[in-house]
Ligand binder design. Sequence first.
Ligand code: BDP
Length: 710
Amino acid sequence: MIPRILLSCLLFAAVSLPSRAEDGHDLWLRYRADPAAATVSTLVTGTGSPTLDAAAAELVRGLRNVSGREPARAHDASGAGALMIGTPRSLPQLATLSLGLERAGSEGYVIRRLAIRGQTVTVIAANSDVGVLYGAFHFLRLVQTHQLADPVDIASAPRTKIRVLDHWDNLDRHVERGYAGESLWDWHKLPGWLDPRYTDYARACASIGINGAVLTNVNANATSLTPAYLQKAAALAGVFRPYGVRVYLTARFSAPIELGGLKTADPLDPAVRAWWKQKIDEIYTLIPDFGGFLVKANSEGQPGPQDYRRTHADGANMLAEALAPHAGIVMWRAFVYSHETPTDRAKQAYDEFVPLDGKFADNVLVQVKNGAIDFQPREPFHPLFGAMPKTPLMMEFQITKEYLGFATHLVYLGTLFEEALRSDTRVKGVGSTVAKVVDGDLQGYKLTGMAGVANVGVDRNWSGSHFDQANWYAFGRFAWDPEGSARAFAEEWTRLTFGNDPKVVAPVVAMMMGSREAAVDYMTPLGLHHLMGTGHHYGPAPWVNDLGRADWNPVYYHRADAGGIGFDRGPGGSNATAQYQKDVAAIFADRRKTPEQFLLWFHHVPWDYRMKSGRTLWDELVIHYTHGVQVVSQMRGTWAGLAPYVDAERHAQVAAFLAIQEQEAQWWRDACIAYFQSISQRPLPPGVTPPAHPLEYYRALAFPYAPGRS
Ligand code: BDP
């Protein structure tokens, strides 16, 4: 007979060999064999449900792969090392234990280690099935990151209700601003073929607490509301349901005309209202737990209620009224600006929406981008946060890196999310952070939410690069806890993705934490914004001044002239600063008080202005551009040194992408310095290398096939 210890070694070896390819496909759910990880002898479950079964299956899959041993299954706690999972309803034994389940709320969970009949067992308990699933994923994270140290008493509940990915995916599978291949949704083969990736997508979402997916682009196509496409959406909903991921769609405001043959889409027209009611009822017969609609209206050419002299509230409330009986919601976007409005684009959303505060139906959230322009590498927080106490505002972040180097630049967005969420609106005194607005704590919103513009596609590694997976991950973690920590999420992700070796974890986390600041430096330092190439937004184009609308041109945003650079948004300029609470406004309106990272966002500043460093603004700008490139070079060096510790396949791709990033960072820096120098007419600070090419070279570059076009 083979001794047990030898048997388990053999089993372990069998699981670890042959090792699976490290191509990133498994995301942070890799479950690689790890002799140092905690084990579970028996998995104890009660009555099942699709969601509880998914939780058990995930635990079995994870524990089997990590420990090389499949846990036994039982319906009663037996023996040391057992893991009990369920709700008090599915596993009545849990009701007899004092677990503090009230801490879990309706979607959260507790994970506890306690003694039952003298044996130490671990419990994952929740008040709902999906809470158990979330707890199972948390437990597996603890196992893989070696954090399961006694005593264990964890309680976690999400701080926002709606935690959604917005897919800017078209029905032809082109992903607007997507850099990871075609859309995951294979509309043509749906509903007949259910790609296994749909399940893996839902697992990945559930593992970080995401509970909704808006399947279609905000630049909406009414075809997605036709019966054939609703059947396809229903098939996806069926796959996602056990994982707690609800399906949402974008609603094209003119659908009653395009699909219904009506003459108008006026939200106050009875026939239009009846059309939407009937359409929504039809959706719910196919998708009983349909989440609702995301709407982009009267923005960038999309139709909307203003086409009929109605307000955004009129439009949103019409849809909300028809969705309400089914418990559906409307996420109405505040990303609006019009070329007919002469005011500073940064002011327009606030001007349009603040007068509507209190006029939206209870099941409407207004979805606000983190900053007032457009997902730039850095923006001050959007002045709408805190300014609409009677209207739930949900945060919209962009996970896909439209303005941050596409898939090839290593830019960890956790720090961007954190910076936005920790910004202090001060509307109810110091500490009135954006996080507290969004999670409802500050102004008592009943509905709360966070949306992330997804960065996934059919690429083998889902996100187009290994490190972009971290941005999906961090988004989910921040949606669950808007007061979470970018560093903690980076560390979790790194351990799950590259293992627990401190020789890898410390340098990778350090790279991630500095990466976004580096991108700000080599693209748009000191508050500059929107200098990207026309249309595709690839690379630098600060010189562009000939587009149809003033506010599409980079020159509109940087306003560089012989006297200086920057957009005067203070009282002497557009007065956008006045949209903030008065103490915040006083800081932003004063160029001496404005944090230098936002200086040129709010002020037009002379080239020879003295910065805090003692340098002139011009010198400081050049130093920032140069520093950004240096940080990328350092990241390359750090990564090269990690070759012995990272599998060859992933190491090679990251190394190649960092080389691209370094070249492109240099390109950004050189092109911007060449252009701004042509205006500032000042010499480079001593010791600084001049741009590699004359300005004309950069201006002549063209990229007709850059990905992600709109
Ligand atoms: C901009 C994108 C564009 C989107 C728009 C939006 O360039 O593709 O449609 O935002 O958020 O950033 O609606």
